[in-house]
Design a binder for this molecule. Sequence first.
Ligand code: IPD
Ligand code: CA
Ligand code: CA
Ligand code: CA
Length: 270
Amino acid sequence: LHEIVKSLEGYHDVAKSLILKAGEKIREKVNNDNSVTCKLNAVDLVTEVDKSIEVFLIENLSAYDCECLFLSEETNANNNMYREEKKLTWVIDPLDGTMNFVHSFPRFSISIALCRGTQILIGLVLDVTTDTLYSAIRGQGAFRNGKRISVSTTTCIENSLIAFGFAAKQWEVNSNMSTTIASFIGRARGLRITGSSALDLASVACGELDSFWHYGLAPWDVAAGILLVEEAGGSYSDLYAASNGINLEWIIASNGIVHQSLLDLLRKGM
Ligand code: IPD
Ligand code: CA
Ligand code: CA
Ligand code: CA
């Protein structure tokens, strides 16, 4: 078992200063004609910025504690050691919303979580465009730029603003989503696809959104955001109400109050 020799606050503060620096670096590159390449398919994009920010974060976090493992989108995507070894693991998405970044659509973020095994201990999400930092340490609440945040008090789907998204990795599955999406039309107050899942979870945490659902995300998309939602008083689960770990086929996050109605609606639409 990885001994936590340094305090959680210590890890949090290091990650906070790095995420803010990384945000600055990304802002310098917006509109800079970044080289874009496709990974699995035409919508699965990566740029030099994704890669260089990931290297920057990993190098500096390793310098603080060289024992930590990494699970990160561009260079350590298949590292499953964290599950068995219960090691401290940094779960990193260096740029969440790469497609938005490529189009200079101003909604993209950096997501950093520290987990022990599958338990999330620290979560940080930076809205890069506005330099807004969402942060949480397990058991200590969730914050936006240092001010405490909490989920909305909306009581029904009819009054809910709901975000969802399409799985880039399983692009073909998305055509089967039409009935699921249709079941919200004429029911929810509003639907949004913003293109940054980490930020959508932060938006649920601070009450801007009442819920968020997505199929086929990876641990680095959701780990930090899940802790924000939990610490802000909300709930998260997969489609069958289980809420274990960070590797979920589906993620449904909400203010908690509308959670069951949301699960019912999603399952009906399958
Ligand atoms: C993407 C974002 C987006 C989601 C996609 C993801 P990336 O992450 O989280 O909101 O709908 O499925 O791939 O690739 O920009 O880090
Ligand atoms: Ca990606
Ligand atoms: Ca992502
Ligand atoms: Ca990414």
